[in-house]
Design a protein around this ligand. Structure first.
Ligand code: 8YV
Length: 331
């Protein structure tokens, strides 16, 4: 008898083929976002779950799914999962780091540039038929090259964005992070570690790449926005909730900062209604990792994790990217 697993959202057929070599797979090919009750019902009898950021795995769900042994998230972030509750119940959690770093950094940089150079706003203007003549100040934005790139959260993706800025665009990189990078990582980027307040004050272009946790909830709110320059931009590719979207909308409306680029939102797929009415914000639907190659690599890594976590395949018992490896030690 093969173990039973649930694939909670639609994935590439090749990934389902791989999983079916080892498991009885229930797949969600219709790609319906199940609510907690439906997800719990579908997980009955399942030893493993292939999840995305859309599925919430908490203590109540775990209590109702006692056979569950592995939750393999197709995302580097795992704030949708109560890792503590999983560890307590011996449920392994895995994520998909590294494979999305460069793609996500490309997108973060593009979003920052789009905000700084007013690309979405000017495109809407052109499409509306309002373009009648060239004008000296038409959609003048702020330079990216040579400007100060401020990064909040200097993990793998933050460093990849810093590389683009420093090495491709001659930007001065400043950053704030829980811990400072070692000198060997800072040197090639000429990156300067700076305290939190100074980061907001000195930023020409602030890019937020901080994982979400209760500690980072509204890490950027009214007080932080008040420190920023009126010419500055803010880009969030981290998670909704790291930025206070209501406070941001107000700062953008009052032109206390120049522009923003947002790929993630509090309560997404809902978007704060004020943001939708503002011209000076570029809004994208959580697509920073969305290239075909990267989504395939993420899905394959999540599948590798699930296969190994449930004791199958060449790496049985040794999933490549565990979040709570203590669970493995206890098995
Ligand atoms: C995913 C992400 O698209 O990896 C992450 O943490 O936010 C995105 O790459 C999304 O979470 C899908 O699971």
């Amino acid at each position: 008898m093969k173990p039973e697993v649930l694939v909670a959202r639609a994935v590439f057929p090749s990934v389902l083929v791989r999983l079916r070599e080892h498991f009885e797979v229930e797949a969600n090919e219709a790609d319906i976002v199940w609510d907690a009750a439906e997800l719990t019902r579908r997980l009955q009898g399942k030893a493993g779950a292939f999840t995305t950021g859309s599925e919430r795995i908490d203590g109540a769900l775990l209590a109702a799914c006692p056979l569950l042994r592995a939750v393999c998230n197709m995302a580097v972030g795992y704030n949708n999962i109560d890792v503590g509750a999983c560890t307590e119940r011996g449920v392994l959690v895995t994520n998909t780091p590294d494979v999305l770093t460069e793609t996500t950094a490309d997108f973060g940089f593009a979003l920052m540039m789009a905000a700084a150079r007013r690309m979405a706003e000017s495109e809407r203007f052109l499409r509306s038929g309002a373009w009648r003549k060239w004008a000296i100040d038409m959609f003048t934005g702020s330079d990216v090259h040579g400007a100060t790139l401020a990064i909040l959260g200097m993990g793998r993706i933050g460093q990849a964005i810093a590389r683009r800025g420093a090495l491709g665009f001659g930007m001065k990189v400043i950053y704030h992070n829980r811990s400072r990078l070692d000198a060997a990582a800072e040197a090639p980027l000429n990156a300067r570690y700076i305290d939190r307040e100074a980061l907001f004050r000195e930023a020409d272009h602030l890019v937020i790449v901080l994982p979400y946790s209760p500690a980072s909830h509204h890490a950027v709110g009214a007080a932080e926005l008040a420190l920023m320059r009126p010419t500055a931009t803010l880009t969030n590719i981290a998670r909704g909730g790291v930025v206070d979207d209501a406070a941001l909308a107000l700062a953008l409306r009052e032109r206390r900062i120049a522009a923003a680029g947002l790929d993630v939102f509090e309560g997404e797929p809902q978007v704060h209604p004020d943001l939708l009415t503002l011209p000076n914000v570029v809004l994208t639907p959580h697509i920073a990792s969305a290239t075909v190659a990267t989504r395939l690599a993420m899905a394959d890594l999540a599948a590798d994790n699930l296969i190994a976590a449930l004791g199958c395949g060449p790496h049985a018992g040794r999933p490549p990217t565990p979040v709570n490896p203590a669970v493995l030690a206890g098995r």
